[in-house]
Design a binder for this molecule. Structure first.
Ligand code: F6P
Length: 320
């Protein structure tokens, strides 16, 4: 393994830069040439890449986003796009690629590996929705951002005796909503993994807590449920409590990465290069509890994980 590439693909996530830095530094320190591929698979198809060195990744461990930029590429999903990328890999002489991204990006890595370009996936997405991983790069920072934003919302919500309905990201998963919702003391957390009933889970709970003297309410809603404007209107109509909806949106994807994201991204990035060095291909690096492990990409893509429903129940019990 002499020449490797690294790319970031899909939604960016804080900590991706720390992973890039680890790939570049570990690769250079082990006598490899490392190429930074720009804008994910789009850059791979166009040969848009440059050779990186130890100093190319200075002062990036603290930065959100990705210095390699990111994209979701439709063309790469086609056989023609894939062949373009393979031709570029052969022309440049890339012996392997580290792909930092979510499960969509891993599918691309799997398809490239199947066609003879060794790839290793590193999980990077704020959603924490990759079946084989307990944790993904960016998740911790995103939750801390949500925590900060909702704390701010709580100040104004309390001052006006209002209810705030806050939508957080997570695509079809409720991880950010559940964990950040607990951390923010939300009265109710609504996640796509569990069916909900507005009357039972929101209105009745608000009424119950009103009887104990509570006058302001935070309802955290996962993106997979959405419709927060509509929900806020209904809550106001049914309870008489003035209600505002806030969609936190892409602010959750930015910002300086937390210690946890920086450290895990660094370890996983280095591990990806180690795997390539060992001649391994078509694998995903993952965190299981606090350990770094790796799986075959086919197996990884078939793995599922379930959200901790007990935790949801406890959150429910203590938020009253
Ligand atoms: O996967 C990360 C994520 O931020 C999701 O939470 C969200 O559904 C999606 O990306 C938004 O994508 P885009 O930035 O393309 O609008």
């Amino acid at each position: 393994m002499k020449k490797i590439g690294v790319l970031t693909s899909g939604g960016d996530a804080p900590g991706m830069n720390a992973a890039i830095r680890a790939v570049v530094r570990y690769g250079c320190e082990h006598d490899m040439e490392v190429y930074g591929i720009l804008r994910g698979y789009n850059g791979l198809m166009q040969g848009d890449m440059y050779q990186m060195n130890l100093r190319s990744v200075s002062n990036i461990i603290n930065r959100g986003g990705t210095i390699l930029y990111s994209a979701r590429s439709e063309e790469f999903k086609t056989e023609a796009g894939m062949q373009k990328a393979i031709a570029v890999c052969k022309e440049v002489g890339l012996d392997g690629i580290v792909v930092i991204g979510g499960d969509g990006s891993f599918k691309g890595a799997r398809d490239l590996s199947l066609r003879g370009i060794p790839c290793i996936g590193v999980p990077g997405t704020i959603d924490n929705d990759i079946g084989c991983c307990d944790y993904t790069i960016g998740y911790d920072t995103a939750m801390n951002t949500v925590r900060e934003m909702v704390d701010r919302l709580r100040d104004t919500t309390e001052s006006h005796d209002r209810c705030s309905v806050v939508e957080v990201m997570g695509r079809k998963a409720g991880y950010i909503a559940l964990y950040a919702g607990i951390a923010c003391g939300a009265t109710t957390i609504l996640i796509p993994e569990l069916e909900y009933d507005l009357q039972r889970d929101v209105i009745d709970r608000m009424r119950k807590t009103q009887k104990t003297g509570k006058k302001h309410f935070i309802i955290v809603v996962a993106e997979g449920i959405g419709k927060v404007d509509e929900m806020a209107k209904k809550i106001q109509d049914y309870t008489g409590v003035e209600t505002r909806a806030t969609v936190l949106g892409h602010v959750q994807r930015g910002g300086t990465p937390t210690v946890r994201d920086r450290v895990n991204a660094s370890l996983m990035g280095a591990r990806a290069v180690q795997l390539l060095q060992e001649g391994k291909s078509n694998r995903v690096v993952a965190m299981k509890k606090d350990d770094i492990v790796d799986y075959d990409i086919f197996d990884a893509l078939n793995m599922t994980k379930t959200l901790d429903i007990d935790l949801y129940q406890i959150a429910h019990d203590i938020s009253i």
